[in-house]
Ligand binder design. Structure first.
Ligand SMILES: O=C([O-])CC(=O)C(=O)O
Ligand SMILES: [Mg+2]
Length: 223
């Protein structure tokens, strides 16, 4: 690990574990069935993006979507963590965007292929500064919002999650070891939609944090 300071979790080189379909209204808006167990996928550490740098539309997508999500930063490693002690493994939180190439994801779903191209490209995980655990006393009572060019697109409460933060920590740690500096994206509420080059995304957690990202396009490295 490049640093042991989880307050700079995006520099730790650890994994990003994402939960999908954790809000019923979002699952319905994409015509997906409600999950009976968490749907998991991964982003690599190269997906991280901090404020000041643009979200880059992948060259192979023409329908990039925003998904605002609560991120949980792991502070203590563990495997097969019981729900009752799960919160002891939380160092804090971050506001996160799970940028998704929706057209590519639709093709992957139709072909029964993994979502890597749709979810794991460079800049697909814009994150806020670290939010210490004390700032969010209850992860089931967080209001998330996202605006595109000052128009509200998403507003939802983590109270609507199908699987709670302790359940997710317990479930995920039964599949893969959680390590200090890992980030768990807990799923998006309804209202996802397209963004385009030059758009400005603002997202926030009421009373806690907000962040701004611009959308750009990577200049080709081949010509
Ligand atoms: O792409 C999707 O709809 C799954 C997902 O990440 C979410 O629900 O947050
Ligand atoms: Mg998501």
């Amino acid at each position: 690990m490049s640093t042991r300071n989880v307050a700079r979790f995006w520099e730790c080189g650890r994994k990003i574990i994402c939960v999908g379909r954790n809000y019923a209204e979002h699952a319905r808006e994409l015509k997906n069935e409600l999950p009976t167990e968490p749907v998991l996928f991964l982003k690599p550490p190269t997906a991280y993006l901090k404020e000041g740098s643009p979200i880059l539309v992948p060259h192979y997508s023409s329908n990039l979507h925003h998904e605002v999500e609560l991120g949980v930063v792991v502070g203590k490693a563990g495997r097969e963590i019981p729900q009752t002690s799960a919160m002891e493994h939380v160092a804090g939180y971050a506001l996160c965007l799970d940028m998704t190439a929706r057209d590519v994801q639709d093709q992957c779903k139709a072909k029964g292929l993994p979502w890597t191209l749709a979810k794991a490209f460079d800049t697909s995980c814009p994150v806020s500064d670290f939010i210490p655990k004390e700032r969010i006393p209850d992860p089931a009572g967080v209001e998330l919002w996202l605006k595109v060019n000052s128009v509200t697109r998403q507003r939802g409460s983590t109270a609507q999650m199908i699987f709670s933060v302790p359940y997710l920590i317990s479930y995920i740690s039964g599949v893969m070891a959680l390590e200090e500096g890992d980030l768990i994206l807990t799923g998006t509420p309804k209202g996802v939609g397209a963004v385009h080059e030059h758009d400005e995304l603002q997202a926030g957690i009421d009373g806690v944090i907000n962040m701004t990202f611009k959308v750009g396009r990577r200049a080709s490295e081949h010509n």
